[in-house]
Design a binder for this molecule. Structure first.
Ligand SMILES: Cc1ncc(COP(=O)(O)O)c(C=O)c1O
Length: 404
């Protein structure tokens, strides 16, 4: 398996030029990266950050969320899809996922809306876009803002339009494993000038000017330090040149894997619902544990299958074992101590009972996934290797033990 991301002379030249330059903080590569990424994705404004999580927090702030406001989040995602809400003293309210798409159950969003709801965070999980026509219609009806967590979904499209251009603002991640790698890093994007200004203020110490402008070093509001560095931005810019080629290779490899696995019994393969263009960041397979007679010990049996696949040389993993509402930070309500922000006088009690999210738990117990095997420069032969491991393991399931 070839390593991710591929590095070539363009990466070397651009990163070295940054190194030899005289600004290693928020420098000229950061400014250029913002412009180039905004042009690539089709956004008016972009601010580059030191992580996708920082960009998500900027989204929450840009949407005007404050103490006690509620923000709707899918019950299954990366932790910071929800903790970004706490960062701004607001309260996450979880909605179960749709088992078929693994994304938020759009038809359950309205039930979670209260008079305190301010925004909806939509996660395009594993690179599969959510039906944004429906989401925007719900948000419009209730006067809510929509934040797209596009950290995994670079280049994915719904009805031909890229993710990150549907909602009021969006966050992308450029960490090691993402389709666009800058080592670490992220991007806040929006088409709204006021949201852009609000996000930028939070991003750099609450100031109103960027480090490349004439700063007055005055904190006009509560700010963080979320800026990207010039070296990381140089790397991200170099990788962005090849991003469309990477995404094309990933699509071809994912299609090959689907072809190879389509006749293997008891696998639930990922699909592309009408209107969706997946970016195949993570190719996720679920096991039909009911048919296999393992509904009651699904996670343990899945872990046994995982170890067997890995023993066959398949680079597969379990992406996220815990649904968000069971994570300790939410169960124990231990954000800032003393029960805050849930105990804040502006907040109302919210229910995080795991039983309210049966599809998230079902998915969590049954899935495995893969990212790098389907990435460029690997070709379809890498997908065939993984498929061979699946065939062998699925034909010998009687040898799977929970302890192996
Ligand atoms: C869905 C999702 N949201 C947010 C993040 C956070 O991105 P970062 O690690 O760049 O902070 C990640 C990845 O780590 C993610 O997968």
């Amino acid at each position: 398996m070839k390593k991710w991301p591929p590095i070539d002379d363009v990466d070397r030249r651009m990163v070295l030029a940054s190194l030899e330059g005289d600004n290693h903080t928020f420098g000229p590569n950061c400014e250029a990266f913002q412009k180039e990424f905004a042009a690539w994705n089709g956004n008016e404004y972009a601010v580059t950050t030191n992580s996708g999580t920082a960009a998500l927090h900027m989204c929450v702030a840009a949407c005007g969320c404050s103490a006690g406001d509620e923000v709707i989040v899918p019950a299954y995602s990366w932790s910071s899809s929800a903790t970004c809400v706490l960062h701004h003293n607001s309260i996450p309210v979880f909605v179960d996922i749709d088992f078929g798409t693994m994304n938020i159950a759009v038809d359950q969003i309205e039930d979670a809306i209260t008079p305190r709801t301010k925004a909806i965070i939509i996660v395009h999980l594993h690179g599969l876009p959510v039906d944004m026509e429906q989401v925007m219609a719900i948000a419009g009806k209730h006067g809510l803002k929509v934040i797209e967590d596009a950290c995994q979904a670079h280049g994915a499209k719904f009805n031909g339009k890229k993710v990150g251009t549907w909602g009021h603002c969006a966050a992308f991640s450029f960490n090691q494993n993402k389709c666009l790698c800058g080592g670490e890093g992220g991007m806040f994007v929006t088409d709204d000038e006021e949201m852009f200004a609000a996000a930028k203020q939070l991003w750099s110490f609450g100031e109103t000017r960027t480090p490349l402008e004439d700063r007055d070093y005055h904190a006009y509001a509560l700010g963080w330090m979320y800026r990207n560095s010039d070296l990381g931005a140089a790397f991200g810019r170099a990788q962005l040149i090849r991003l469309d080629d990477y995404l094309e290779a990933q699509k071809v490899n994912a299609q090959r894997l689907t072809e190879c696995l389509s006749d293997v019994p008891h696998l639930i393969l990922p699909g592309e619902p009408d209107g969706c263009e997946h970016n195949w960041y993570n190719y996720t397979v679920r096991f039909d544990m009911e048919a296999l007679g393992h509904a009651s010990d699904a996670a343990a049996f899945r872990d046994g299958i995982l170890r067997a696949l890995q023993a066959e040389g398949a680079d597969v993993l379990v992406w996220q074992k815990f649904i968000l509402p069971v994570m300790t930070v939410f169960r124990a309500r231990n954000g800032y101590g003393k029960g805050c922000p849930w105990s804040c006088r502006y907040a109302q009690p919210v229910d995080y009972s795991p039983e309210s999210y049966p599809m998230a738990q079902k998915h969590s117990d049954r899935h495995i996934g893969m990212t790098t095997p389907l990435r460029a420069p690997n070709g379809p032969e890498a997908a065939e290797l993984v498929a061979g491991a699946f065939r062998k393991v699925m034909a010998n399931l009687e040898q799977i033990s929970h302890a192996n």
